[in-house]
Design a protein around this ligand. Sequence first.
Ligand code: ASP
Length: 582
Amino acid sequence: MKRRGAGTIGTEDVGNRVKLQAWVQRRRDHGGLVFLDLRDRSGIVQVVLRPEERPDAAQALAAVRSEWVVEVEGEVVRRGPEHVNRDLPTGEIEVVADRAAALSRSEPPPFPLDGKTDAAEETRLHYRYLDLRRTELQKNFLLRDRVALAVRNFFHERAFVDVETPVLTKSTPEGARDYLVPSRVHRGSFYALPQSPQLFKQILMVAGFERYIQIARCFRDEDLRADRQPEFTQIDVEMSFPTEEDVFELIESLFARVFPLAGISPPAAFPRMTYAEAMARYGSDKPDLRFGLPIVDLTERLGDSGFRGFKVTVEAGGVVRGFAVPGAAAASRKQVDGWTEIARRYGAAGVLTLRRKDGKVVFQVNALTEAELQGAAEALGLEEGDLALIVAAPAAIAAAALGALRIELARTYKLIPEGEHAFLWVTEFPLLEWDGEAGRWFAMHHPFTSPDPRDLDRLESDPGAVRARAYDVVMDGLELGGGSIRIHDPALQGRMFEILGIAPEEAQARFGFFLEALRYGAPPHGGIALGLDRIVMLMAGASSLRDVIAFPKTAAAVDLMSGAPSPVDAKQLRELHLRMQR
Ligand code: ASP
């Protein structure tokens, strides 16, 4: 008899015999009867052992406990109306075992595997194979499989070619720290694990592939934040002869195919916003547009007002900005202190409040004229019962502080609608970012991103004002991916390195192979990379990347199951020409 999936058995099977091979999720003894919940990938079904009628089967499974693997054959019967379990898709039936065997024993699992778990994350990661057995996690991986398949089908239909690029490679330019692999054969030389296939996918364009896709593993040795993993998966894409429009259309169509797998329907075309507008209006380059709370610039209006704090800031080149929160006028002192704390974390001196209550506009400090109060309230759209938070600081700090407060207040006042999503393109990123500490320019995306041709003549004279042909796709305030139209002219690439302070010899040593390729008929090209882990996490409604990566690492970059990283023996080190420093 063929094996049936536990979750696939239903009322249409009543009267038939079925065979199950599955895990025991739960065992309950009811006087003479024993009930087993059997679980496999497809779901759960209840099995009954009736020692009086089917002594052999009952005997065979007498000792089984949670997580043993068993085989059961028996008849599917309808449950009595009082025993129907509405919470279980198979809840109207049960299987009466008449032949059974225990196939594998299990030690008592260190945490229960039914339903949500409150086991410590370390325990779950140590026994990852048990954690993964839980229905809650299994469904994430079944979704991930469907997403990956849809992605591959989508790109294949559009004439993209799946090409693998090396994992043992040369240091790449994403700007994070590399994982290095020492070469045994070439003493003192190292491979780097790719931070992304960036240079290879560009070279594949030079190689005439025209359209490239890879679901590629990337490695970045960064100090991990809660939502990062040292190795992660990108949907990596590159095209020859594209405009930004081509990339946008492609990714919008991809999302239209993929997100419905989780019941999410993105709009046919996503709204677009320049980086400058995103920073000014939402204080972030990945604004969450599921809610309003737009930031309003009050510099002109209040910079020269009676409040000295504003004046001093504005005279030093700073800005005064704020946003109104509907219905928040009753916020307590303690709440405002909390928001001040957040603003300080981003370098602002604090926040100031403006309220409209009982028909009057009241500023926290009694220093503004009635006309200034009314003007500010009007600019902010402050209505009766509303509160506005105002920050005076250098523009970048004001943006960061207000951007963080915007999200905090949206959460506090429950302004984020459940089940709604907001997709968006952020465009016209700056090409370069000044690093005060290092005293030099860095590429905001990566050094192979094309400057906006409209700004080319300012590349040397005013590098900070040059826009890039770079874009990010954002969902609900999270960056799902980013890319750019690339430089395909070796001379321009050379200018770029110069601005980045990369000397020709250094450029040659690091990217010589790539610069050489550019000299042999490189087509105009561009692309994007999307974070597959994050996309699946959002689609699954999971709260952590660890719930969509089968064998993830902790925040300390440790695999608690295998114990990696771990010391190696002296012989291995010798072969690699390495010696441990004391
Ligand atoms: N390689 C870039 C990244 O990983 C994406 C791209 O420009 O296509 O962020």
